[in-house]
Design a protein around this ligand. Structure first.
Ligand code: FEO
Length: 596
């Protein structure tokens, strides 16, 4: 088979193989690729598996057309490619072996000799001239052994990619590339995403027209598709939208829960639900699915104070391949002392960027009303985004969306002619850049609104993430009419005579009011900047950061009622009056939410 005018395929198909690499079933066999580059000098790219010595040597002999090879390039020492190095040397005693230093060490281990009399050691950046073809070597350590080199023929623009871009399956069987390439990649190279990324970066600088891997077909068209998939796989990103449920079940009760969950997920708009029974499916396929989809739900039983063995094996496969960037849900079953959810969480704790679902399903032997409700809640949590995306199921008046606008938090300082004042606002926006204008919107109930209306100036102090809760208590939960908020604060003034804060800010602006927009409950001051200083490099305090890291968690344990989302004040009672005003921060009933 001609790859180009000068490059000839001399590899073999293996349909007798039991398990590839001793563990992977390969229903459509396997291909061990080898290539011959015909030029003034002749190079052979890799050998094949030990069961195909003579078929390969016959292929070589035929392609050589009476000539003798000058070089055997050994890109990878795993025996499916290197097993016939010694046989090659016996057949072609004048040929040299071109490989990395590490590969020659491995040859010594495999064959008892490192072929010192015919070694040509190459490394990153080395070249080998064959005539019009020049081979450029690219180090590709851990893709997927440490000695691997890839080879770029700059004449025909061919990348010989070693195991990269390989797949399970012999070449005389027609099948989808991605399915078996993904199972191969995740199973065999999945752990080495960072190393694959390094090679992809090098490849991006090469003009590649053809990829010749050591397994699977030669890739000649649409290379962006294959490289794009490698980009996704090696960065552990979601390839396909959907949810995988991986489960084990001893007597069928966990299976029943999984089947019910699968139905719920489909009903709630999940575009693809994949269910794998880990005791019966191909484990490599289940592992592949776990990496392919963005969300996974693990369901298993407690077993020997641990988890069922197939689930343990499955999670080990995930963690040893750097499983990351997923949403994870858990279903546990146990008749006494259930532990499965805890054990699974512990096994996954070192994985990067996993988001565990708020809802976990706890089955005690068999589904009941409580665990059915938990299944429903888990399905709702996993499918919320699908429902929100679809026009038919979306809540189109969900005003919680407003909380997702990113706000900073600021102290606006003013002076009413008698005393300095400061108040917290979260509504500061730069609205134009030429000239620079800033809009500050303030509730008319705040004394600060009145003072700015009168004075026409203010300072906006940009709070940094270093600001403690006491800053919010001081400037946010009391009125400047009755309290001198800045009495105990070191006095620092900007050129407009107003105070700026000595601590917990990363910048401040002095603003002069140019325009005022009456917004009913609030007034918007559109201002020019008269002074602006950067104080520190600390990050700006956002509303989200305040909520997650600064505001003390409200003590709602054992209480019934409502909690203020702004300051955490707890109102105990069955009904919150509509006109209720928080005694701490003065926010109204709209800023309260029910406890629990
Ligand atoms: Fe195809 Fe890593 O051997």
């Amino acid at each position: 088979m001609g790859v180009t005018n000068d490059i000839i395929y001399v590899g073999v198909n293996d349909h007798k193989i039991d398990l590839f690499e001793g563990q992977y079933i390969v229903p459509n066999g396997m291909a061990y690729n080898s290539y011959l580059i015909m030029d003034e000098k002749i190079a052979i790219m890799d050998t094949v598996d030990r069961n195909f010595t003579h078929e390969w040597l016959d292929n070589l002999e035929k392609a050589l057309q009476g000539r003798k090879p000058d070089y055997l390039v050994v890109q990878h020492m795993e025996p499916d490619h290197s097993a016939n190095i010694a046989n090659f040397v016996k057949t072609y005693p004048d040929a040299k072996i071109v490989s990395s230093q590490k590969a020659f060490v491995m040859m010594n281990q495999f064959f008892g000799t490192d072929f010192a009399d015919r070694q040509v050691v190459v490394a990153e950046g080395s070249t080998l001239e064959l005539g019009k073809h020049v081979l450029n070597f690219v180090a590709a350590p851990m893709v997927h052994w440490p000695e691997v080199i890839m080879t770029y023929d700059s004449t025909d623009k061919v990348l010989f990619s070693a195991d990269g871009f390989g797949k399970f399956g012999a070449l005389d069987v027609e099948e989808d590339w991605a399915c078996e390439a993904r199972r191969y990649y995740i199973g065999i190279v999945g752990k080495y995403g960072a190393q694959v990324q390094a090679v992809l970066k090098k490849a991006a600088n090469l003009d590649i027209q053809i990829i010749c891997p050591l397994h699977g077909p030669v890739l000649k068209e649409n290379l962006g598709y294959y490289i794009g998939l490698y980009q996704t796989w090696s960065t552990y990103q979601q390839e396909t939208e959907g949810i995988v449920i991986a489960y084990t079940s001893v007597y069928g009760n966990t299976k029943k829960a999984v089947e019910k969950l699968a139905d719920l997920l489909k009903e709630k708009g999940c575009p693809k639900v994949v269910v794998n029974d880990l005791a019966r499916c191909d484990m490599a396929e289940a592992v592949e699915d776990a990496f392919r989809y963005g969300k996974i739900i693990l369901a298993t039983t407690t077993y020997n104070a641990e988890i069922f063995p197939f689930m343990r094996e499955f999670i080990n496969h995930l963690t040893e391949r750097n499983f990351s960037n997923k949403k994870v849900g858990l279903i546990e079953n146990g008749t006494w002392a259930p532990m499965a959810a805890k054990v699974m969480t512990g096994m996954l704790e070192k994985c990067k960027n996993l988001t565990f679902a708020d809802n976990t399903v706890h089955i005690k032997s068999a589904l009941n009303d409580e665990s059915n409700a938990q299944l429903e809640a888990l399905a709702e949590e996993f499918c919320g985004e699908y429902q929100a995306r679809a026009a038919e199921t979306a809540d189109k008046n969900d005003l919680r969306a407003l909380f997702n606008i990113g706000y900073g938090l600021y102290v606006v300082t003013t002076n009413d002619g008698k005393k300095d004042n400061g108040c917290i606002v979260n509504t500061v926006t730069q609205v134009t850049s030429s000239p620079n204008r800033v809009a500050v919107t303030i509730n008319k109930d705040n004394y600060t609104h009145h003072v700015v209306e009168q004075s026409g100036i203010m300072n906006v102090n940009c709070l940094s993430v270093e600001a403690p809760f006491s800053v919010f208590e001081k400037y946010g939960f009391q009125s400047g009419r009755s309290v001198d908020k800045l009495a105990d604060v070191e006095e620092l003034r900007s050129d407009n005579g107003l105070r700026f804060l000595p601590q917990y800010i990363n910048a401040f602006f002095s603003l002069k009011v140019e325009n005022y927009v009456d917004l009913g409950t609030h007034g918007m001051f559109i201002c020019s900047i008269t002074e602006s200083r950067v104080i520190t490099k600390a990050e700006t305090m956002t509303y989200t950061y305040y909520q997650n890291n600064v505001k003390p968690k409200p003590e709602t344990e054992g209480k019934k009622g409502y909690v203020c989302k702004v300051c955490g004040y707890v109102y105990e009672g069955d009904e919150l009056p509509d006109d209720f005003v928080c005694p701490l921060c003065k926010h109204g009933a709209a800023d309260f939410e029910p406890i629990g």
